[in-house]
Design a protein around this ligand. Structure first.
Ligand code: NAD
Ligand code: DAU
Length: 339
């Protein structure tokens, strides 16, 4: 089988490429990524030179390019990770979120229709459901929870989900959608909470916690997200949505304190800053459908995952220091410039 993975040079996409090559070496993989600020070929170091892996630089919203690629490569499955993914950036500059997350998804699905792709999988997010109140711990997002987005980012992801479901019904495109909670682990770009706090704490810099730090996120180790997507694209029913999460709810302030404990750094580094506009209060996934239908369960506890993640950032200083120095942007030219 030939699997096209878009956004594979980003955080989860890179982990997914590694996961797939390890667990399904018999398949062939094409990784399509525009290498925006969030894309980094260094995150693909373990797969880039494998004979069954090809990296292609390109934009999912460039319809002509996407069409030509599908014509030439004829993928069997498309897994769409490519997106603008950072909520704070969507508050300052929403437009690119609409272009990539909505128009890009549509361009991919049109190519899937035209070239008879067997499965289009959309990597979506629990943020499409909006948020839950802190005083109702009995409430969880199920696949039937109405879409109710809060930020331009989540609105763009919800729009894409609606389009995916419309293409399934109107054009009979064989699709699937996973909606996952917050991921963490290796190759996480240091603008997101966990890697930002680790890298800043290592430099003894202040740790900016929004508001009172009481917002709750439902954390899942990235490898567990990869195993869920892998099951859905290979065994999941077409036309279905599957929620993915591991019942790992934590307040932001407790996550930050856990990181400080792991690093042996003082809590005096914590600095409370102005809240994010429209900040979602609580996310909590009910993953019973994917467990019941596909037998999926997460394997990494939060304590173990945070330990492994902190250790990864200690062992891979070169990866994130290059990002912070802006050097990673030269990586592509150095690697491919002469070809
Ligand atoms: P990321 O920002 O780390 O990576 C996104 C990747 O997409 C980058 O490599 C970037 O270069 C690429 N990209 C952006 N625009 C593109 C375009 N127009 N054409 C081709 N490539 C483009 O994001 P991530 O955290 O790895 O998230 C991946 C997907 O998973 C996203 O769709 C996101 O909505 C979803 N998701 C993320 C989380 C999370 O906690 N990070 C949780 C649930 C779902
Ligand atoms: O739930 C899934 C979503 O998780 C994904 O769809 C998004 O792509 C991903 O970025 C993530 O969104 P969040 O907004 O939850 O993640 P972020 O790491 O930006 O923030 C996590 C929490 O920490 C959130 O409540 C805001 C807070 N925060 C974040 C940053 C960057 C801070 O308090 N300080 C910070 O500096």
């Amino acid at each position: 089988m030939k699997i096209l993975i878009t956004g594979g040079a980003g955080f989860i996409g890179a982990n997914f490429c590694e996961y797939e090559l390890k667990h399904h070496p018999e398949d062939t993989y094409l990784c399509l990524d525009a290498l925006t600020y969030a894309g980094n070929l260094a995150s693909l170091e373990h797969v880039l030179h494998q004979p069954n892996f090809t990296f292609i630089r390109g934009d999912i919203a460039d319809r002509d390019f996407v069409n030509a690629l599908f014509e030439r490569e004829k993928p069997d499955i498309v897994v769409n990770f490519a997106a603008e993914s950072h909520v704070d950036r969507s508050v300052t500059d929403p437009e690119v979120f609409l272009r990539t997350n909505i128009m890009g998804t549509q361009a991919l699905m049109d190519a899937c229709r035209k070239h008879g792709v067997g499965r289009f999988h959309q990597v979506s997010t629990d943020e499409v459901y909006g948020d839950l109140p802190l005083d109702r711990p009995d409430l969880f997002f199920t696949e039937e929870t109405p879409l109710h987005a809060s930020s331009p980012y989540s609105a763009s992801k919800a729009s894409a989900d609606l389009l995916v479901q419309a293409y399934a019904r109107t054009f009979k495109l064989p699709v699937s959608i996973t909606r996952c909670s917050n991921n963490y682990g290796p190759y996480h770009f240091p603008e997101k909470l966990i890697p930002l706090m680790i890298t800043r704490a290592l430099a003894d810099q202040g740790l900016p916690v929004y508001g009172k730090g009481e917002n709750v996120r439902d954390w899942l180790y990235v490898e567990d997200h990869c195993s869920a997507i892998d099951l859905v694209i290979r065994k999941g029913r077409a036309g279905e949505v599957y929620n993915v999460g591991g019942h790992n709810e934590r307040r932001n302030i407790d996550v930050v304190k856990a990181i400080l404990r792991e690093l042996g750094k003082p809590e005096t580094l914590i600095t409370y800053v102005t809240d994010r506009p429209g900040h979602d209060m609580r996310y909590a996934i009910d993953p019973s459908k994917i467990h019941r239908e596909l037998g999926w369960l997460p394997t990494t506890t939060f304590d173990e995952g945070i330990r492994r993640t902190v250790q990864w950032y200690l062992d891979n200083r070169g990866w994130w220091e290059a990002i912070l120095a802006g050097e990673y942007q030269n990586y592509y030219a150095a690697m491919y410039g002469q070809r």
